[in-house]
Design a protein around this ligand. Structure first.
Ligand SMILES: Nc1ncnc2c1ncn2[C@@H]1O[C@H](COP(=O)(O)OP(=O)(O)O)[C@@H](O)[C@H]1O
Ligand SMILES: [Mg+2]
Length: 395
């Protein structure tokens, strides 16, 4: 358990608003940052590893932290401020283990104090929290649900708001928004649950019309879960069923032949536009059919990350331009990683945006910023500062 459990201070929301913007944080003390991690998605362990990295790197002179783990079944627990417990190593998958207590946020705009509840015990006040760092990937964390909850509680948080988080999680609607802003995306078709149940043959025909190979994906998953590359029409139906295990809505995309070039985007301060990093290239060794779950998390040695990527200047400029435009098209805030394809015939297409990209010290997003002159610790500081500057609600 953390040692910084303090009694609640009576708070005046109006005072808190103006004071929070001050560099010292509200009430003349260091800002308190609740780090929320783990969660219900398949990316639980990766999120734990991210939290370990952030707990180690965050500037303790500047911020106090309150680590809150979310177990796989969705229970919020106060955990020890002990990064080593959450490292992801070859032999160990870290996990938030639920206990008899749980942490609750105030569903009130008049206070920001967290409380620990345990059956048969008096409530334990954890004191006010000034900002939440939601280090969660995938559904129930990166998809706007947690962001909505924090809005209801009137607690500031790092990263995108409700809409951008939800649209960024949904590979269908993110493409609709990108295309609506004139940004280049590849050909695709969407199979809703109803369409699949109503007329499977028509859905399969629409997929085949894209030509093979196709990539079959759950619309709202992540970490390559449920994704398959289909070369043979006979495999299409089972690939769609496999994707439907993760999400009743499935997107099927034409396979793009090209290199995977990514760019890290960081919101600007004040009226400045988004900042973009040097672009990076992800190259997966031949033993993986594509950048799959295993290559991402279990076999890091099978993936090469190069930043800056070895591409012509006009290509990196184009990726950066598209990355900033993609960020703005969804109304993203804080951070996002935009992943593009650089095709053999020289085009750049957007594959996807991630509003809470992998964020361990070894992940692409922090590495691209490190290669661009912003260290992991500075990056965390930037993100928390941006979140402290911003009110909740419409903005
Ligand atoms: N349309 C496509 N054409 C070629 N490769 C693709 C396509 N879509 C996905 N991939 C490959 O699959 C990987 C995972 O797909 P992606 O859409 O990025 O899902 P996730 O959200 O799980 O990262 C990509 O990094 C890429 O290697
Ligand atoms: Mg991806």
């Amino acid at each position: 358990m953390t040692s910084d459990q303090q009694p609640v201070h009576p708070s005046d929301p109006a005072d808190a608003d103006s004071a929070v913007a001050a560099s010292n944080g509200p009430r003349g003390r260091r800002p308190r940052v609740a780090i929320i991690f783990g969660g219900r998605s398949s990316e639980h362990a990766v999120s734990c590893a991210t939290a370990a990295g952030v707990m180690r790197a965050i500037d303790r002179e500047k911020y106090d932290i309150v680590p809150i783990g979310v177990s796989r079944d969705g229970q919020w627990v106060l955990v020890a401020d002990d990064p080593a417990r959450f490292d992801l190593t070859a032999g160990r998958t870290p996990e938030v283990v639920p206990d008899r207590s749980h942490v609750v946020l105030p569903l009130s705009t008049r206070e920001t104090a967290l409380t620990v509840l345990e059956a048969g015990q008096p409530p334990r006040e954890l004191g006010d929290v000034d900002v939440v760092l939601p280090l969660l990937h995938g559904p129930f964390g990166e998809d706007g649900t947690l962001q909505g909850f924090l809005e209801l509680s009137d607690i500031r948080y790092v990263g995108s708001g409700v809409f951008a988080s939800a649209a960024g999680m949904d590979k269908h609607y993110m493409k609709v928004v990108f295309a609506g802003h004139g940004l280049p995306v590849g050909p695709y078709t969407v199979i809703t649950d109803r369409a699949w149940r109503a007329d499977r043959a028509a859905a399969l025909d629409a997929c085949s019309a894209l030509g093979f190979p196709v990539f079959v994906k759950p619309a709202r998953a992540g970490s390559s879960m449920g994704i398959s590359k289909v070369d043979d029409p006979a495999q299409l139906e089972s690939a769609i069923e496999a994707a439907r295990e993760h999400d009743p809505k499935v997107i099927v995309e034409a396979g793009i032949t090209g290199r995977e070039i990514e760019c890290a985007v960081l919101e600007g301060h004040g009226t400045d536009g988004p900042r973009t990093s040097h672009v990076g290239e992800v190259a997966v060794h031949d033993n993986h059919a594509f950048y799959d779950f295993e290559a991402k998390y279990l076999a890091e040695a099978d993936v090469d990350l190069t930043c800056p990527a070895d591409v012509p200047a006009h290509v990196s400029d184009e990726v950066r331009r598209l990355a900033a435009a993609a960020f703005d098209s969804l109304g993203c805030e804080g951070l996002a990683r935009v992943d593009c394809f650089y095709t053999e015939d020289g085009r750049v297409l957007i594959n996807e945006i991630n509003t809470m990209p992998g964020f361990t010290p070894h992940s692409m997003y922090p590495r691209m910023w490190a290669a661009s002159g912003l260290s992991y610790t500075e990056l965390i500081d930037e993100l928390v500062s941006l979140a402290l500057e911003r009110r909740t609600g419409l903005r």
